[in-house]
Design a protein around this ligand. Structure first.
Ligand code: FAD
Length: 484
């Protein structure tokens, strides 16, 4: 019997648990899995709350389907029938320019204008900015394969204005990042491939086969919204179904924070964990404060993994500590449609940093999916903070609510009292993929490989989205099962 501990019960840790169980069955090995979670619930940042007739996501509200892991997980859990696509009627983003919301030109996907005419007619760029963007087709390509920041890449290829007015808010919204530091190679490598293969993003978009993904993006702007899905009862449906499944085979202990992790002997074989809080198992017996396992998967943010390993694995811990995180505050509010002047004919509004406003973006959440707000009402989620305005996350709830009320009034013409308003704080929740991130992760994985029976999972390794987190958990499961 091998004992495997998984620390962290977010989507990464839960996925790791399921995969270990599957591999053990495939390999006919007897494995006992223990999942230790610090909070009193599983799911990590993923959480859905029913507030009257509103269905409110605390963090993620959809995931992309061109990375297969989340879809395969839904299939395994019998959730495929529960998947819902985004509402085709409103598949576009708005961007603020001089205080006014304008649609992203049709066919503009993150940084590539797939169609020229909507770009030419858009008020989001000046004539000079448009000409510079269209000249992208003639900019010499860089082929040295070096890592570059998003800001440097877009300024070089598309010009300053496209960067400041379109790409910074659209991409910054996804990563809550400072684009001057964000590694393009680690986050959006397909744009580097487009440059390297075709010499230009515009030329590359012309060469794209008219495949499914192209169809998915037709009629959309901002992101390829046709590729995103959620579940009828929200993301919690994935988390709760997966948690129930994991509880069938694993010893799941919530409210159990782990304080330290150390190799059990000088040969680095086996691991000992020190859970901080006393806990009782399903039979009501008290768990010992040190527990021994044959392998351990750390499915916690990198700064927590760093502190767990600090005493025993200082080199690995120091590398993990180098990854920075940004915080964000999400304010969810329910409104009567009649109380909002703007038609809200999009999935949301993103705000360029140069507009000097206090909000990053407003998601018109109930425009994306059905069943998120009662008829005649709308659910908004306003994002503040991120890497560029971290000080706003330090405001207390009263100040946050006042700020959001004022901004929603000025940006969208929101009046009257909302049906409800809630504040969700995500402190150090978004890992920042700085230039050089891929090299840093390679060094971390090399250091991990020195310790048999240790693996890492989480959204700081190979992508921040839900499918990436699932993939990281599954990969960690594969690594420990191989090394046992
Ligand atoms: C506001 C926001 C919006 C997002 N929107 C989207 C979106 O629309 N689409 C998308 O695909 N992705 C989105 N993401 C990203 C995605 O949701 C996350 O990357 C993913 O859910 C992270 O999962 P995780 O399991 O790696 O980490 P977490 O969810 O952070 O889980 C880590 C777990 O470890 C536990 N833990 C910590 N320390 C200890 C300890 N010492 N002992 C035991 N347990 C511990 C924590 O309590 C937590 O439950 C969003 C993220 C945020 C914050």
């Amino acid at each position: 019997m091998n004992r495997i501990a998984i620390i962290g019960g977010g989507i990464s840790g839960l996925s790791a648990a399921l995969r270990v169980h599957e591999l053990a069955a495939e390999q006919r090995r007897d494995v006992q899995i223990t999942l230790l979670e610090a909070s009193d619930r599983l799911g990590g940042v993923l959480q859905t709350e029913q507030i009257g007739e509103y269905l409110v996501e605390h963090a993620a509200d959809m995931w992309i389907t061109n990375k297969s892991e989340a879809m395969q997980l839904c299939e395994k859990l019998g959730l495929t029938e529960r998947l819902i696509p985004t509402n085709a009627q409103f598949r576009k983003s708005l961007v603020l320019r001089n205080g006014k919301a304008h649609p992203v030109p049709e066919g503009f996907q993150l940084m590539v204008p797939e169609q020229a005419w909507p770009m030419v007619r858009s008020p989001l760029l000046s004539w000079r900015g448009k000409l510079r963007l269209l000249a992208e087709a003639f900019v010499r390509s860089r082929r040295d394969g070096a890592d570059e920041s998003l800001a440097d890449f877009v300024r070089r290829r598309c010009g300053d204005e496209t960067f400041e007015r379109l790409v910074q808010p659209l991409v910054g919204g996804i990563y809550t990042a400072d684009p001057e530091k964000l590694s393009l190679k680690a986050t959006l490598p397909r744009f580097i491939e487009m440059e390297q293969e075709h010499g230009s993003l515009i030329r590359a978009s012309r060469h794209q086969p008219r495949d499914r993904s192209r169809n998915e993006s037709s009629g959309t702007s901002g992101a390829r919204y046709g590729l995103f899905v959620s579940l009828a009862n929200g993301i919690e449906e994935l988390v709760s179904t997966l948690s129930r499944r994991v509880a069938e085979f694993a010893d799941v202990r919530c409210s159990t924070s782990v304080r330290a992790v150390r190799p059990a002997d000088a040969l680095n074989v086996g691991w000992a964990l020190l859970p901080v809080s006393a806990c009782t198992n399903a039979d009501g017996q008290e768990c010992p404060s040190y527990e021994h396992f044959d392998a351990v998967i750390l499915a916690v943010p990198s700064f927590i993994a760093a502190s767990l390993l600090a005493n025993e694995c200082p080199t690995l811990s120091a590398e993990l500590k180098r990854i920075e995180y940004a915080s964000t505050v999400v304010v969810a509010s329910g409104h009567k449609l009649a109380d909002i002047e703007h038609p809200l004919d999009a999935f949301g509004l993103v705000i360029p940093h140069i507009e000097r406003r206090k909000v990053l973006a407003v998601s018109f959440t109930s425009r994306k999916f059905p069943g998120r707000a009662p008829d005649g009402h709308v659910l908004l989620r306003t994002f503040i903070g991120g890497a560029l305005q971290p000080e706003l996350c330090d405001l207390d709830d009263t100040a946050v609510l006042e700020l959001v009320r004022r901004e929603l009034h000025e940006l969208l013409g929101a009046r009257g009292e909302p049906d409800f308003v809630n504040v969700y704080r995500h402190t150090r929740a978004m890992p920042q993929y700085y230039v050089g991130h891929l090299d840093l992760i390679a060094r971390i994985q090399t250091a991990v490989a020195q310790f048999s029976g240790l693996a890492l999972a989480g959204n700081y390794l190979a992508g921040v989205g839900i499918p990436d987190s699932i993939a990281s958990g599954e990969a960690a499961a594969g690594q420990v099962m191989k090394r046992l």
